[in-house]
Design a protein around this ligand. Structure first.
Ligand code: FE2
Length: 383
């Protein structure tokens, strides 16, 4: 509910007062560009029909009228009046008082540690998730919030992991194939295909862009050891920032280099930081993989000592068991990780018995799109 609308700065801005006492300002140009009328946006697909150059640079607000659940704004020199629902204005307000702290994440992102997650791993049964949209919604929404979830009840057979990605999107095919085998091999092309333990890592930081989701499914697991574990990279990065802001700054402001050239015809290389921030300081991606870290050549000589100390501390925190959630993947189970955030690890395992996993990549934007569409459908049904 709006209490007032005050035009300011000779029509360049408008201040809206809300019933709870808060005030939010908008710019005339911003409002005009985001007008919701059918000359500005297609009524069919919602896409914008005009360009910024169709809007006069001297656009001003000439009048504003509060209606029951909307605000009508008139713009000059176009002599155009546009209706903005108050709920829309509230949802799209950008006039924030406080500055965000470097490394901030969206309110929907829930950081976790072993203590908060070990006993409450998000999981769903495949058959249930594939027929019940609400179960699927909750599982996808756990991936959004925690960057990790388990799926039970898959067939323990080759290719079953595609059923998981089919629930929300598409597999991202790479040089490793549509999916790849994770089992002990003689002369492996990748250390993942051995019985060695693997330090917690994100996959394929040598790709640009990195695969944003990874699915690992288990077809057989009768070895001693070989447990999987996951670590919330966003929680670890926050811990590093809290205890060593300068180390966080170094890892997020200088690029690392990653490379994979383990099989013939492939030389993948990427230059990206271990902790990636967006232009507004949002924490957007963790890249951490000892196997594919190439020589770091972009950090200035004067900063290299401190950079390596920060890298070491980041690694120590990642290895700290308090951040870790461990589970043994059984035949017919899979887990999904947000590969821009959650690291996965494997304990070493014995030579007796068999451990056969398969892995594939998929895209987070597709998962989030499917989730948003399901949520939108539920909202519409409720209205
Ligand atoms: Fe991996």
């Amino acid at each position: 509910m709006l209490t007032h609308a005050l035009i300011g700065d000779e029509g360049r801005t408008i201040e809206l007062g809300w019933k709870d006492g808060t005030r939010t300002r908008f710019h005339a140009m911003w409002l005009r560009d985001n007008a919701l009328d059918d000359k500005t946006r297609s009524a069919g697909n919602g896409q914008r029909l005009i360009t910024i150059l169709d809007i006069p640079a001297e656009t001003r607000i000439s009048g504003a009228l509060i209606k029951a659940s909307a605000l009508e704004i008139s713009f000059v020199p176009e002599q155009k009046t546009v209706r903005f629902p108050t709920a829309w204005l509230n949802a799209n307000a950008y006039d924030r008082g406080e500055a965000r702290q470097t490394g901030w994440t969206d309110v929907g992102i829930k950081r976790w540690t072993g203590a908060t997650m070990q006993g409450s791993v998000p999981r769903a049964d495949y058959a249930t998730a594939s027929r019940d949209r609400d179960v699927l919604r909750r599982w996808l929404s756990a991936v959004r919030a925690y960057g990790f979830a388990v799926m039970d009840g898959l067939p323990a057979e080759s290719g079953a992991l595609c059923k998981v990605s089919d629930l929300f999107g598409y597999i991202r095919e790479t040089n490793y194939g549509r999916w790849f085998e994770v089992r002990a091999e003689v002369n492996p092309s990748n250390l993942a295909y051995t019985n060695l333990g693997l330090q917690a890592h994100t996959d394929n930081p040598y790709r640009d862009p990195v695969p944003t989701l990874q699915i690992l499914s288990c077809i057989e697991n009768t070895v001693e050891g070989g447990e999987s574990s996951v670590v919330d990279g966003f929680a670890v990065a926050a811990a590093l920032r809290a205890e060593n802001p300068e180390g966080f700054r170094l890892l997020s402001s200088w690029p690392a280099r990653f490379e994979y050239a383990g099989s013939s015809g492939v030389r993948l290389q990427a230059k990206r930081p271990m902790i990636e921030l967006g232009p507004d300081g949002e924490l957007i991606c963790i890249r951490f993989n000892n196997r594919s870290l190439a020589p770091t050549v972009d950090v200035p000589f004067a900063d290299m000592d401190a950079y390596y100390a920060a890298y070491r501390r980041f690694a120590e925190l990642i290895e700290d068991p308090s951040f870790e959630v461990t589970f043994k993947l059984e035949a017919g189970q899979a887990f999904i990780v947000d590969n821009t955030r959650v690291m996965h690890a494997r304990k070493a395992f014995s030579g007796t018995g068999k451990r056969w996993l398969q892995g594939c990549y998929a895209d987070k934007d597709g998962l989030l799109s499917t989730l948003a569409a399901i949520e939108h459908g539920f909202k519409e049904a409720a209205e």
